[in-house]
Design a binder for this molecule. Sequence first.
Ligand code: HAM
Length: 409
Amino acid sequence: MKIERPRGTRDFLPDEMERRREIEKRMRKIAESFGYREVATPTFEYLELFTRKSGEGIIEEMYVFKDKSGRDLALRPELTAPVMRMFVNECSVMPKPLRFYYFANCFRYERPQKGRYREFWQFGVELIGSESYLADAEVIILADKILKDVGVNFSLEIGHVGIMRYLLKPIGEDRASKVMRLIDKGDREGLESYLAEIRVNEDLRDKIFSLLELKGDESVIEEAKEIIDYDFGHLESLSALLRDVGVDFTLNLGIARGLDYYTGVVFECYAEGLGAQKQVCGGGSYELSSLFGGPVTPSTGFAIGFDRVCEACSVEAGEKSVVAVVSFKGLESQAFRVASMLRERGFTAVVDVMGRNLKKQMSFASEMGVKYAVILGPDEVKSGRVAIKNLETQEQVVVAEEELFSILQ
Ligand code: HAM
């Protein structure tokens, strides 16, 4: 009986893996050009790492299990909390800011659909140690650059959860988090009935609804000032800098984000043509260090949904040319030797491992789309020569072994 993959997981065949690696390579290159260095954390962590602040939504979706000693563990649903745990444990005394990036798989027990998987990959960065708008600006510029470079058509929306959280202060942190979650889900009816349930007065209710509808250019900041007495300096400076450097964005004060730890600026990128799962990047500023026993350390970052980007972008993997070394029976060790010479010169070379005759080796090479076959026959081997056949044109030449490389270039 066949065994299926677990729901929400995928297999990746070579063509797709090559394309994914190409996209990953570009993302790494850009992050590194901004001075970010790669980090890695465990695939599973103590459950508590994610229950302290990630929020109910994430907790419900977690893969949780006990190990053989009865410890509660979870497969990581994201990497911000793990990276901050690592920061507190290993690098809190390093000079700041710290610039980290990661590319790793994450696990969420969600209802699988196109663009939503139970195992998916994130390419993310964390910029640790600054509360300046400049830090938010840097990570937004970086996210924008990565998505543009891989050819995703997207729009960028920037908000600030600190404003709504400030407005919600009177109702207490837990209730405020619930309100933020309903806003994030876009569940206006749910929000309305929850506000009624916790008896929020009409003035506050109206302010909440007015604030979350504010979307547009910088004029929304002026409108927000009419609703709430808050210092908008950070958002104003950030907006001005991003305009100066040519980053296109819309302000959206209704962005709440699905994770609870955000404190200030938040942002999301939506790709065209992806339907419901169009959010290809999400991030913002947060403070998790003190929650994990470290010093208060304002940080900011984002994670790109790598699988969604792969669906939305136009990057193709470069063509790799493969040389097939085909040989007569009895010349197998010669074939292995020539193949290894080719590999040392940077070619990809394959030999027959099926014990096939020459004709079958040739037709397999053609089937695989190989351009050149290097043919070893008894006469050639004796005189230190090889035949090279171009399988596309059927042209064949016989050359001395040393000349092989110049012809294959
Ligand atoms: P997030 O918005 O939960 O943020 O996830 C980031 C991105 O991961 C999403 O925008 C989406 O593209 C992708 N993603 C999430 N769930 C799935 C899924 N089930 N299948 C496919 N892709 C998915 C975070 O995880 C934060 N840690 C980001 C961050 C970093 N904030 C600050 N630093």
